[in-house]
Design a protein around this ligand. Sequence first.
Ligand SMILES: [Zn+2]
Length: 313
Amino acid sequence: MPADRLSGAVAGPDDLVQPFRIDLFALRGRLVRLGPTIDRILSQHDYPEPVAAMLGEAITLAVVLAGALKYDGIFTLQTKGDGPIRLMVADVSTAGAVRGYAQYDTAKLDAALKEAKGTAASVPGLVGSGYIAFTVDQGEDTDRYQGIVELAGVTLAECAQHYFRQSEQIQAGIKLSVGRSGRGGTWRAGGMMLQRVPPEGGYGVIPDDVEDGWRRAMVLMSSATAEELVDPELPPRRLLFRLFHEDGVRVYDTHPLEARCRCSRERIEGILRLFSPEELEDMRKEGVATVTCQFCNQSHLFDEADLERIRVT
Ligand SMILES: [Zn+2]
């Protein structure tokens, strides 16, 4: 894989994954920047601000984690909880198509925001008790990988770190930031993940310098501010250079990301074919059945002729 040493002078666009390594300490990482992609996904829905921000974090986390895996298919992150946001789903395809949606309870959300005087933007406050799950789907006839862990943390990044501590025996640090920028108020998001890659066969004893390097890198990563992670004026490479230049950080080719849903008329027709004639009849209003995609909020209309065809085939 081609790698070049950072000069700290290269401009970088939005909507990308920037992989990097710090070889000295066996560290691998990724910096994720989401501009128009996250704005488009969050703007497709009319979510209350705290719900949109939390979903933005979930989507960014999904992209950060997907970049750690070698897979050919779909990586999905899902949270389920007893709080105002009962469900969040975010998925990322190998090609970099990203989408996500949330389901929430307005009354519960109002109560939670009132109780916390508008500062309830935490996982316990918005998602509540529940779990976070990760799935890799590589198509039919392949094993689905699934990881699941209880929500334990104030932020989604902490919940994911808890997962790694519990189930993967991988040391990982994650930092996420979501916010609106500029006068237009468009959404932006950024995320970073660092992980230590043990040598083949694992460490017998972790050498002191490797352990110190890990701690040092974690401190440096934490020193990046929420603003720096989303700053459109600060290219990803320059941020990495600012943080890790003394440790010889190397960057690799970036992967592009884009807001793209996989729903299609054909796919929805396939689902409708599984419905009974009575169920299809129940869906029909003024001669038309409307199916709205939860991910992208696009409505697909099926008229009488379409429904007839679906019933017959
Ligand atoms: Zn869709």
